[in-house]
Every structure is written in structure tokens, then in C-alpha cells.
Design a protein around this ligand. Structure first.
Ligand code: GFB
Length: 403
């Protein structure tokens, strides 16, 4: 309650801004009222949507840890300027997280706020401090990983410049008037959670941004931990996108949650056993093309060889229909943002009786996680297409859900 009140007082906005459900967090634990602080982050501009989702999980679990001692709110970085979003006719910057995800579900994990709402709360288009995360110039000493972080000179050219009024200017998700008061480069070799003491002890500003947050690793909150899966489970796709996917499943793939045993419940209460989910009567394939055709040409099949494998899988699984998600050229969807189409593809692929993905694609990995959450038998999930040139076609590791 203390935290919630402090937030409301701190807010200079006239409208009510949702950050979290006050009743799901035990704010009474914070003895005296501490003012809310805001953590912002951004990722290397070249990274795609699904790697960004993974970085979100790392930062989210940092915020989770911070909230054990101080009230911190995570500011969700607006989506935009993604290398893979090619549709020219759509305005695809400053895209809110609620376009793609169900914020109420994320708020069951940590307090979050959209960037736009953060600006309203601050009452000024400002980020107080930015730390641009970078590696250590000298690399790993003795080739050994050790946890450390130090303010250092910037190694590479950074995308922030000081203007004539000593304000740091940069991309800030396309919000042109936003500036930062303070900027520094921070060399890090650290798991995300270990940023906690830096943020609590070395900074006092109301808002701190970590740019290039992909430098932080999962560490102890990795895929074998419940922390990883809690954050992952909270990233429920937005209902308007799930609905489109469900409609498509029903109409073309004879697939409904009732028949397929894939009914969702509120994620904190949803605990499935492997094999609980049956899946719709279709095979789903993630057939990654574009940059993968040259970046991973040894492991990515020709269309002909992909077709051969698909035919065999249909036969083996006694299925007649196949749903192929792909980034191959063609765009039938005119009204949806590219990110939205990709989510619908992932949603449908996640509900199939059997799934086969593409070598090391994070897009495929996120589908595999979705299937773990739904309760599929791992044998139907952790599969990938092989290329004709591979002698041994190693299948993906089975990263199973932990509760
Ligand atoms: O998601 P993502 O990081 O996965 O990047 P990878 C691939 C992007 O391409 C997705 C689109 O976010 C989508 O926008 N895309 C890929 C698809 N597959 C599909 C699909 O089946 N359907 C639809 N609708 N869209 C990484 C990239 O890609 O691979 C890095 O993030 C880099 O930039 C690396 O290129 C090599 O892990 O597949």
C-alpha cells in the first residue's frame, strides 16, 4: 500500500496509469515508504523480436529482485525500427507492448509501465541516467568468466551525443524530445540480477536506463530455473492476436482448445504435465528463410528437401494438414503490424500436434517454450528441419519447463 500511494503522489499525470495490480503484490513488506524508481532498457538495434523477448526476461528478473528491497517499475521499451519489419506502408515505431502482449499477465510477475505513461509520470521527457553496457576492452582475463562491472571509457562509438545545452540526445525509441541528464559507459561481465547492487548503491536517480541490455546474461535465472519460466509464462500474447490465431485454427485446421486440450488459465495457476496437451490435427513447421539462407546455409534445407521432410512427418504422425510459418517473401496481411503476424504464426504453430522448427532460430525457440507452457510431450516439440548437406542432424536441446 505504501508503494502504491507513493506512486500515486509521485504521478503528475491526470489520468490513472496502470502499473500493477495493487492486490497481487505485498507492498506492505516495504517498512517505510520509498519512492518508486524506474528502470528503462534498450537492446542492440540489430536484434530481432524474439531475442528481445529473451532480454526482457533477464531485465524483468532484475526488477523482480530489486522489488525485494525497493519499489522499482520496469519501463517497457517501445517496439520499432526492427530490421525484420519490412512493411513500408505501416507506421511501425513507438509501438506499445500492449499491441503484442497482455500487460495484466506481465504485471502478475513485476510492475511494468509503457514508455508513454512513464513520460507522463515524469512530467518531463527525460531519462535521468543512461549506462551504455559494453564488454571489457581487455576481454576475459585468463580466459575466465568473472562477475564484474566498472565505469569505463566508451569502447565503440555510442549512439548518444551531448547537445549545446548539455542534454544527451539519442534514439529513445523515436521520441525526439527525450533527453538524458547523465551518460556513461559501463563495462559489464555480469548476470542481470547482479546489477541490483549497482542500481541501489551507485545510482540515486529516479530513472535509470541500461542500453545494450543484451550484454547481461541470465546466469542463475537461466532456463533451468523457475525464475526464467515465471518471466516467460508472464509474457502472454495479447488477446486480440490470440483470437485471430484461434479463429484460423478453428476454420482451417479443425483445432479448438477444447478438443486439443490446450485451454489457458491465468498463468500463475497454470501447471501442466508433459503430455497433457494433445494439439490440433496438423503438423506445424517454422521454415526460416531470408538471412538464414546465407547465415546458416549448412543447416537450412532447400525448399525441395524441406517438402520431403514435411511429407515424411505427416505420414509418420498420421496427419493430413500442415501449417507452415515462414518469413519467405509475400505479405497477405495488410492491416496487421509485422510483429502481430509473426505472433499469430507462433501461436498457431504452438498448438499443433507436432512441431518442427529451424536450426538456432529464436523464433522457433519461443514456439518451443510456448508448447512447454501448454503441456506438450517434448518429443513433439524439440525438433528441427535438417539440410541435405548435414551428415548428422543434431536436434535441439530439450529445455523443459520448471515450476
Ligand atoms: O524473431 P527473430 O529474432 O528470430 O527474427 P531468429 C526473425 C524475425 O523474422 C521475426 C520474422 O521476429 C519475424 O519478424 N520471421 C521469422 C517471421 N520467421 C517468421 C515466420 O515464420 N512468420 C513470420 N510472420 N515472421 C535472428 C535475428 O532471427 O537471427 C537476428 O533476430 C539475426 O537479427 C539472427 O538475423 C541470425 O532467431 O529466427
Amino acid at each position: 500500500i505504501a508503494l502504491f500511494n507513493t506512486f500515486v503522489l509521485a504521478s503528475q499525470a491526470h489520468e490513472k496509469i496502470d502499473i500493477f495490480k495493487p492486490d497481487t503484490h505485498s507492498h506492505a513488506e516495504f517498512g517505510e515508504a520509498k519512492s518508486v524508481r524506474y528502470l528503462l532498457y534498450d537492446v542492440n538495434p540489430g536484434e530481432g523480436f524474439n531475442l528481445r523477448r529473451d532480454v526482457f526476461m533477464r531485465v524483468a528478473n532484475l526488477v523482480k529482485l530489486l522489488n525485494e528491497d525497493e519499489p522499482w517499475v520496469l519501463v517497457l521499451p517501445p517496439w520499432g525500427r526492427l530490421y525484420h519489419w519490412k512493411s513500408q506502408d505501416l507506421n511501425q515505431i513507438k509501438v506499445k507492448w500492449s499491441t503484442f502482449f497482455d500487460l495484466a499477465s506481465i504485471r502478475e510477475h513485476i510492475p511494468v509501465i509503457e514508455f508513454e505513461d512513464y513520460l507522463k509520470v515524469m512530467g518531463e521527457e527525460v531519462v535521468e541516467e543512461i549506462y551504455y553496457l559494453q564488454r571489457y576492452k581487455e576481454g576475459w582475463t585468463n580466459g575466465k568468466w568473472e562477475e564484474k562491472m566498472d565505469i569505463r571509457e566508451c569502447i565503440d562509438r555510442v549512439p548518444y551525443q551531448k547537445d549545446e545545452n548539455d542534454k544527451w540526445r539519442g534514439w529513445f525509441f523515436g521520441y525526439e524530445n527525450v533527453y538524458a541528464k547523465k551518460f556513461a559507459c559501463l563495462s559489464v561481465q555480469s548476470e542481470a540480477g547482479n546489477m541490483k547492487s549497482f542500481l541501489m548503491k551507485n545510482t540515486t536517480s529516479r530513472s535509470v536506463m541500461l542500453d545494450r541490455a543484451e550484454q547481461l546474461i541470465h546466469g542463475r535465472s537461466g532456463q533451468h530455473s523457475t525464475k526464467f519460466w515465471d518471466a516467460r509464462r508472464s509474457m502472454v500474447f495479447a488477446k486480440h492476436l490470440r483470437d485471430i490465431g484461434d479463429e484460423f485454427r478453428k476454420e482451417y485446421l479443425d483445432s479448438t482448445d477444447e478438443n486439443d486440450e490446450t485451454i489457458l488459465s491465468n498463468w500463475p495457476e497454470m501447471k501442466k504435465n508433459h503430455g497433457d496437451a494433445k494439439g490440433g490435427p496438423y503438423l506445424s513447421v517454422h521454415l526460416r528463410r531470408k538471412d538464414y539462407l546465407y547465415a546458416h546455409k549448412e543447416q537450412v534445407p532447400s525448399l525441395k528437401y524441406a517438402a520431403k521432410q514435411i511429407k515424411e512427418l505427416l505420414k509418420k504422425n498420421k496427419l493430413k494438414k500442415v501449417f507452415i510459418a515462414s518469413d519467405c517473401d509475400e505479405n497477405d496481411f495488410e492491416t496487421l503490424k509485422d510483429g502481430g503476424v509473426a505472433i499469430i504464426d507462433q501461436w498457431i504453430a504452438a498448438h499443433a500436434r507436432h512441431f518442427v522448427g529451424t536450426y538456432v532460430s529464436t523464433f522457433s525457440f519461443r514456439i518451443q517454450e510456448e508448447r512447454e507452457i501448454l503441456g506438450f510431450d517434448p518429443e513433439t516439440t524439440f525438433n528441427r528441419l535438417c539440410s541435405e548437406s548435414e551428415e548428422e542432424c543434431e536436434q535441439p536441446s530439450k529445455w523443459k519447463i520448471v515450476y
